[in-house]
Design a binder for this molecule. Structure first.
Ligand code: UD1
Ligand code: CA
Length: 491
């Protein structure tokens, strides 16, 4: 019943000139999802067949929509002649009795609101029903102007000084009876100032013909449009706080929630704790009772239950098992698989490597293109030399191995089970199982020589100080005042 014989037309051809970035605003992400996909997915979920009008940067927009696995019809708007023209060119796709027209730049809309719109429209006999809203700062929006029973929408630049104070705005979401659209869409006149056809003129045209126009007021935060980067920021803050509130209801604790970035497709288990300034993005899944401490970035990762990511750690495209610790100041990237009960400590970088259960690399280490078994200890300062300037090579360290501190492991190299390497070794050959590898210069002790050396150095220093004039010039620090961005100086 829900879709009530409706086709949707989504307007996505505009040039986004107020964005000032030379990129369609509809391609910009809100909490990790391109803006246009909020509208598209909403229509997909409601099962409403959809036509999308594309023009500016059409290829990128079409690709995004195709990748979202919702089959829509695309119509190209050759000349960007305004929203009235954008709807007019979709005429041949009007195969339902009701036509739902939506701007592509309203990512906060909900399915419930569209269901309410469909329901009230069909029970009212109106030729058009549109969503309106009260905004305390209505600048930029078309205003809903009433004169007795007569309703019209007047665009910002055409408002009288008095009308500018009207706070009821047009949301850009309308449900038309197809017959009304067919009879009137070609009668919209070109706006003499903007040289565009305004879809909103249809409201006045219906009222002029004494046809019924219905308005449903809805919360402003559901219909905010995005014309500028500032509005994108405002909309994203709202979306982000909705996401955070949702996870709070699911038992996730956020420290300083307003500082946390979290994408729409992230999942977090109950009892987990997210610290100040953390970014959790691109479909990351965090288990229950995990801690992600302050200023971590967790990007496209899976972290299992009870794991602890210490502050200032960056983890990308990787998986971490249960009860493991990573950081502080660690970096894991490019397909790192960490097992259970693993300890990765400070200043450790791991790339494209697998580290099995109960192993640890606690300090100042680089592990690249490596496979590390269970119960392995990697000593402080260990480096895998995985790159010979041309190719990357693998290091394999099998179960139970102990790598002493400050080792360089020149790949390709295999350290077999339960082997031991001495501190300071440069390992260039495979190490057999249960063996000790020592690969460093042998130490020599010269007994009593230190004292002799000290006296010799002392004498040399005394003679050089007395014979020279010690001059030290300190250059004065020359601070140049920081230049503020031009526009900020005028604030
Ligand atoms: C529009 C409404 C305004 C309303 C506001 C709500 C008109 C004339 N004005 O203004 O009353 O308050 O939305 O957010 O409709 N587009 C095209 N082809 C074009 C021009 C625009 O497809 O030739 C698309 C844009 O990509 C965008 C949508 O239509 O997704 C709306 O265009 P936009 O320029 O944002 O309209 P507003 O000025 O916000
Ligand atoms: Ca807009």
């Amino acid at each position: 019943m829900k879709t009530l014989n409706t086709r949707a037309i989504v307007l996505a051809a505009g040039k986004s000139s107020r964005f000032k970035t030379n990129r369609s605003k509809l391609l910009y992400s809100v909490c990790g999802q391109p803006m246009i996909l909020y509208t598209i997915k909403l229509l997909k979920n409601l099962g409403i067949p959809t036509t999308v009008v594309v023009g500016y940067q059409a290829d990128e927009i079409k690709k995004l929509i195709k990748d979202s696995a919702f089959k829509v019809d695309f119509i190209s708007q050759k000349e960007l002649l305004g929203t009235g023209n954008a709807v007019a060119i979709t005429k041949k796709t009007w195969d339902k009795d009701n036509i739902l027209v939506m701007n592509g730049d309203g990512p906060l809309l909900t399915e419930e609101i569209i269901e309410e719109l469909l329901y009230s429209h069909n029970n009212s006999g109106a030729v058009v029903t549109f969503l309106s809203s009260h905004s305390m700062n209505p600048e930029g929006y078309g205003r809903v102007i009433r004169d007795g029973k007569h309703v019209s929408i007047i665009e910002e630049r055409n408002l009288t000084d008095e009308q500018k104070f009207v706070t009821l705005i047009n949301s850009g979401i309308y449900l038309f009876k197809k017959n009304f659209l067919q009879d009137n869409i070609d009668n919209i006149q070109l706006d003499s100032i903007k040289k565009e056809y305004y879809l909103t003129d249809l409201i006045k045209m219906a009222s002029d013909q004494a046809l019924k126009v219905k308005t449903i007021p809805v919360p402003y935060d559901n219909v905010r449009g995005v014309n500028t980067l500032e509005e994108l920021w405002a909309v994203e803050q709202i979306k982000r706080s909705q996401i955070i509130k949702h996870w709070m209801t699911q038992g996730v604790r956020f420290e300083l929630a307003q500082s946390i970035h979290i994408d729409w497709d992230v999942e977090i288990g109950i009892g987990s704790y997210i610290g100040t300034g953390v970014h959790i993005i691109r479909g990351t899944k965090i288990g229950s009772n995990c801690t992600i401490n302050a200023f971590c970035i967790i990007d496209n990762c899976k972290i299992d239950d009870n794991s602890y990511i210490h502050s200032h750690t960056v983890v990308q495209d990787s998986k971490i098992g249960k009860n493991s610790h990573v950081g502080p100041f660690a970096r894991l990237r490019n397909n790192v698989l960490i097992g259970n009960n693993v300890n990765i400590g400070n200043f450790v970088e791991i790339k494209n490597s697998e580290i099995a259960d109960d192993s640890s690399a606690k300090h100042l280490t680089y592990l690249g293109d490596s496979k590390i078994g269970k119960n392995v200890n990697i000593g402080a300062g260990t480096i895998t030399c995985n790159y010979d300037g041309v190719n990357k090579h693998r290091t394999e360290i099998k179960d139970g191995v102990f790598i002493g501190s400050n080792n360089t492991l020149v790949a390709p190299v295999v350290i077999e089970k339960d082997a031991y390497t001495a501190a300071g070794s440069t390992i260039t050959k495979d190490v057999p199982k249960e063996s000790l590898a020592i690969a460093r210069a042998r130490q020599e002790n010269k007994v009593g020589y230190a004292k002799k050396l000290k006296n010799k150095n002392k004498k040399e220093t005394e003679s050089s100080v007395s014979s020279s004039v010690h001059k030290e010039k300190r250059s004065k620090l020359n601070f140049v005042g920081a230049v503020k961005p031009k526009s900020a100086q005028n604030l």
